[in-house]
Design a protein around this ligand. Structure first.
Ligand code: COA
Ligand code: MG
Length: 292
């Protein structure tokens, strides 16, 4: 998943637009973008959207309300009959929360005749201060977990920060720390690291730069809040032909020379860590349908 587009779950017009946006996944939101009074209607619309999905459509993820919100049981009861691909858990405070959500999902899978374990989980794992300290507990918490992302907006509110970016637009230290720890947590859990939203949605150059920085550090996709962000995100997170060719050369070299240690390829020193990088890049290229 390169691009994951957020859509308020109570807005059928935006959902229709999202389905045609080219996003790899849609995050149908029941949490912060939906007013409390609209949540029942949002659950109904989201379930209808899930039921109406067609082959080749973006992957459909539902963001439910947090475990402590008092809304999550109604959210899951409302949308699980539609068989969502994944449930996104906001304000996730560690592995125990992921496990807890997994149990709530398992009951609804049974009730709705869905295969046990078919519903995946994506955790937003840095939205509260205590969540930061529990990132290390997420690895191994649930087989359902297949992606992890981070959030800077709720965290800013929680710690009393006036802003999460400095005058130049770069994240300040507390948020850079959250981003880095989320990346390590995803990697330790062997799930996809997804970068957070870029809220300045008219700033295309700023988004592209942030996508490139995320890709450089190891993120494999980014969440979007506006359809115009999707093409930019997809472009940056799709490996280009030169990168694929270089990676293929490295993999081929080590296949042909299994006992090799270090070698020079295209004027660069290449050894085992570079082989791992090359294999990861080729896996992303395969997922994007660019190599067989
Ligand atoms: N998904 C699908 N369609 C969207 C969309 C989204 N996230 N955001 C905007 N659109 C649609 C609009 O409905 C509009 O459609 P129209 O041309 O048929 O009227 C078109 O794209 C252009 O939208 P625009 O006028 O540029 O933006 P806006 O002012 O209507 O909306 C936001 C701005 C931020 C309210 C909107 O982008 C949004 O709802 N984003 C998602 C918010 C969210 O889910 N947040 C939770 C996670 S942080
Ligand atoms: Mg939020």
């Amino acid at each position: 998943m390169r691009s994951l587009l957020f859509i308020p779950g109570d807005d059928p017009k935006k959902i229709a637009k999202g389905l045609a946006s080219g996003a790899d996944a849609l995050i149908l939101d029941l949490e912060d973008s939906v007013a409390s009074s609209r949540k029942p209607e949002a659950r109904r619309i989201v379930c209808e959207t899930l039921r109406a999905r067609t082959p080749g459509a973006p992957r459909l993820i539902v963001r439910v309300n947090a475990l402590k919100s008092g809304e999550i049981a109604a959210d899951l009861d409302g949308v699980m009959p539609g068989g969502p691909a994944s449930i996104m858990l906001p304000k996730c405070e560690g592995g125990a929360d992921v496990q807890h959500l997994g149990a709530l999902i398992a009951v609804r899978e049974a009730e709705n005749d869905l295969a046990d374990g078919q519903t995946h989980i994506i955790a937003i794992a840095t939205e509260t201060p205590v969540a930061i300290f529990r990132l290390g507990s997420i690895a191994g918490s649930s087989q359902r977990l297949d992606a992890l992302t981070w959030g800077a907006e709720d965290l800013a509110g929680a710690i009393g920060a006036e802003a999460n970016r400095d005058e130049t637009g770069a994240y300040t230290d507390p948020f850079r720390l959250a981003r880095s720890l989320a990346l390590f947590a995803a990697s330790a859990a062997d799930v996809a690291p997804i970068d957070t939203v870029y809220t300045d949605f008219r700033n295309e150059a700023g988004l592209a730069a942030e996508c490139r920085a995320a890709r450089r550090d190891g993120f494999t996709g980014k969440m979007a809040i506006h359809p115009a962000q999707v093409a930019i995100i997809n472009a940056v997170f799709t490996p280009d032909a030169a990168a694929i060719a270089h990676a293929a050369k490295i993999v081929q070299f080590f296949r042909d020379n299994p006992d090799a240690g270090v070698v020079g390829i295209d004027g660069q020193m290449v050894d085992k860590p570079h082989l791992v990088q090359a294999e990861r890049l080729l896996a992303r290229a395969r997922a994007a349908g660019l190599v067989g």
